[in-house]
Design a protein around this ligand. Structure first.
Ligand code: SF4
Length: 694
């Protein structure tokens, strides 16, 4: 409750934190927000919410909000508050000057998974049509880009297969590299309900997560694998399925590419994938792997849920494909209670990928090299489009350091804090001639910016978010934007200043254009969203009210494709100098780098990030709770307080990254997924030693 009183009216909108996408009722007295209440009619949350979402309104009215545009000639000068017109003219002049001097490809932009579909669509349109290149990327690069690649390759669509409700029909729940209790709390409650009803639980995670404490699920299997060995473990599970004859032969024969399946079958049967062999790599006892494989394959409905513990690895894409192989081999695709379900960290990760944020794909995952696709966009956008994929975020950093990339527009993303190897990121940002940051707070990235454009919070805008179950939910404006413009209006104004005209008067018009150009969205519009409450894409002539369960009859690529998933050990190895493996995660009360939650009532529940270390490793080093620890990796050094905990196995340490001072990304390396460059945040070899207070 923000203020006591009887609400006069309410506005239904969507939480802007995690990928569950809970609906809330913003209860109003006049034009004043007095209460945020979980909305009973919400299709994703059915009236539930978590402690993050309930207090989210706090950051919208925080004193730190940027309330007016600001510019400066160089980053050693103080900020100067200016009008919108002056800030946009300044930005356009700089960007045009850079392109004249350094060429068309010397500028680019980064869209945000925090912003709406319409805003994200507009940023990539601005880059492709006004900048004239494909140097557009999204912060999904650093979280779920391997999901996009892996699921598209195997199942034909870059998206999870189920609704959240589907878990209520699961008989075995396999959670890999995810901690739903902390990161997706409302869905975790649903999962726990199903576990209490008797569904079997298997958790593959280096850390003993709270889900394993669920009453009636204490007998859940915990496969406490060594960080970086996901592929070896999932291959071992598949090996057991195949060698013990647990596969669903009818499903494979009818639904999958049988030639590819036979090749994969031969590969996965090899003795090197047997749990007894891979145990040396993964650290998971073979007998446990065999029990887990049998449990998943024979329970009835087997559902897989995974998170960043799968994707943020040098083999993130391979693990996603290995998971899809396992689900197809056991026939766990295409009906309720089964499936492959990526749990998206941010509210609109799915949407930012759907909206064409990646440098190789236009909206709807349509490749830029496809002439027919490009011509369709060119005709609607009235612009000539580049047929070459552009730069990914890490390539932008490298090019900036090399001096060939000079201008960057970043909407709603704190890359200086959230991307790996901070030193390299800062060197890149310092080398830019024009960094435009559009955000709600003066974040770490803004320290390197020449232009600050005030952003709007979810309470100040209209639009849509797409959650982890492909559900498009409406975001409705509750209060006016503090600086007078919603984010899509800022992008539109920048585009007009650059000379590429945009004339939308409401985000619904942007959605109409998205539907016109994106085959999986042709049935989506604001009127239908009002009628149906929400829509799960694909929504088109074939699926007029959307698609709760994907791949029920066939795959978008016809037959399901089995990929060969060779395990390649990460380069990030321990040795005498760096003997421990660091992995990272989140806690319930905080959200990502904490820019929002630290400015709400949630800040009281988590004052600092700490390093969790196993009692054996702590004793070896003479450490106790509360000691200050120096943590050194091959690329950097940070200091955190010690918490002794047996939730990880010996040899593994763990921290969160909710505070700028944690320095988690000062020590994470440049290693990344071979297919998508998603950083390997989850494996860093470190040394830990006691230090005096910093
Ligand atoms: Fe729901 Fe996630 Fe928001 Fe919590 S943070 S209220 S689970 S959308």
């Amino acid at each position: 409750v923000i203020e006591e009183g009887v609400p006069e009216h309410s506005v239904v909108t969507t939480c802007a934190y995690c990928g569950v996408g809970c609906s809330f009722e913003a209860q109003m007295k006049g034009d004043k927000l007095i209460r945020m209440v979980p909305y009973k009619g919400g299709d994703a949350n059915h009236g539930h919410s978590c402690v993050k979402g309930r207090f989210a309104f706090g950051y919208a009215t925080h004193k730190d909000r940027i309330r007016e545009p600001m510019i400066r000639d160089s980053i050693d000068q103080p900020w100067r508050a200016v009008s919108w017109e002056e800030a946009l003219e300044f930005s356009a002049k700089r960007l045009k000057g850079i392109q004249e001097t350094y060429g068309r490809d010397s500028v680019g932009g980064i869209t945000s998974s925090r912003c709406t579909n319409e805003e994200t669509y507009l940023v990539q349109k601005l880059i492709r049509a006004a900048f004239g290149n494909n140097n557009t990327d999204t912060c999904a690069r650093v979280c779920h880009s391997p999901t996009g690649y892996g699921l598209k390759t195997t199942l034909g669509e870059s998206a999870g297969t189920q609704t959240f409700d589907s878990v209520m029909k699961a008989d075995a729940i396999l959670v890999i590299g995810a901690n739903p209790t902390d990161a997706h709390p409302v869905f975790a409650s649903m999962m726990k309900r199903r576990l209490r009803e008797g569904a079997e639980l298997i958790v593959a995670d280096p850390r003993r997560i709270d889900l394993l404490k669920t009453p009636h699920a204490e007998k859940g299997l915990h496969l406490a694998l060594k960080p970086g060995t996901n592929v070896a473990l999932v291959n071992a599970l598949a090996h057991v399925v195949i060698t013990e004859g647990l596969e669903d032969k009818a499903f494979v024969a009818e639904r999958c590419d049988t030639e590819g399946y036979q090749k994969w079958r031969t590969f996965i049967q090899e003795a090197r994938h047997a749990p007894e062999v891979s145990e040396a790599e993964t650290g998971v006892p073979a007998a446990l792997v065999r029990t887990a494989a049998r449990r998943y394959a024979t329970a009835g409905n087997g559902a897989i849920y995974y998170g960043l513990g799968v994707t943020e690895h040098s083999q993130g894409s391979t693990t996603v494909m290995a998971i899809a192989n396992l689900a197809m081999a056991t026939g766990n695709i295409g009906r309720e209670g089964v499936g492959v379900n990526p749990l998206r960290g941010q509210n609109n990760v799915q949407g930012s990928c759907d909206m064409g944020s990646f440098p190789h794909e236009l909206p709807g995952y349509q490749h830029v090299a496809n002439t027919e696709v490009r011509e369709r966009f060119e005709s609607v956008w009235n612009a000539k489009l580049d047929d070459e994929p552009g730069l990914r975020i890490p390539n932008m950093f490298d090019a900036a350091v090399a001096g060939t990339f000079k201008g960057l527009y970043v909407q709603g993303e704190d890359i200086a804090q959230s991307d790996p190897n901070t030193q390299h990121v800062e060197a890149a940002l310092s080398a830019l001639d024009c960094l435009i940051v559009q955000d709600i707070f003066l974040n770490e990235t803004a320290k390197f910016a020449h232009v600050l454009l005030p952003g709007a919070t979810f309470l100040e805008k209209n639009g849509t978010f797409t959650n982890a179950e492909r559900r498009i939910n409406r975001v409705r404006r509750v209060m006016p934007p503090v600086a007078g413009k919603e984010d899509w209006e800022v992008t539109q104004a920048l585009s007009n200043a650059l000379g590429y005209p945009m004339n939308y008067s409401h985000p619904s018009e942007i959605m109409d254009e998205i539907a016109q150009l994106t085959p999986t969205f042709t049935g989506v519009n604001y009127q239908r969203l009002e009628e149906l409450g929400s829509i799960q894409w694909p929504c088109n002539d074939d699926n007029p009210i959307g698609t709760p369960t994907m791949h029920g009859v066939d795959f978008p690529i016809g037959k399901g494709h089995f990929a060969i998933t060779e395990y390649v050990a990460t380069e990030e190895r321990t040795n005498r100098r760096y003997p421990l493996l660091l992995t990272t995660g989140r806690i319930l009360s905080q959200y990502n780098v904490g820019a929002q939650t630290r400015r709400t009532a949630n800040s009281e529940w988590h004052e600092e990030d700490v390093l969790e270390i196993h009692p054996v490793d702590a004793e070896d080093r003479g450490l106790k709770d509360g000691d200050w620890l120096g943590i050194r990796s091959r690329v950097g050094h940070t200091v955190l307080r010690c918490r002794v905990s047996d939730r990880m196995a010996p040899g593994v340490v763990y921290t969160t990254f909710h505070h700028p001072g944690s320095g988690a990304n000062v020590i994470t390396t440049d290693n990344s997924d071979w297919a998508t460059n998603c950083p390997e945040y989850k494996v860093t070899a470190v040394q830990v030693e006691k230090v005096s207070q910093p």
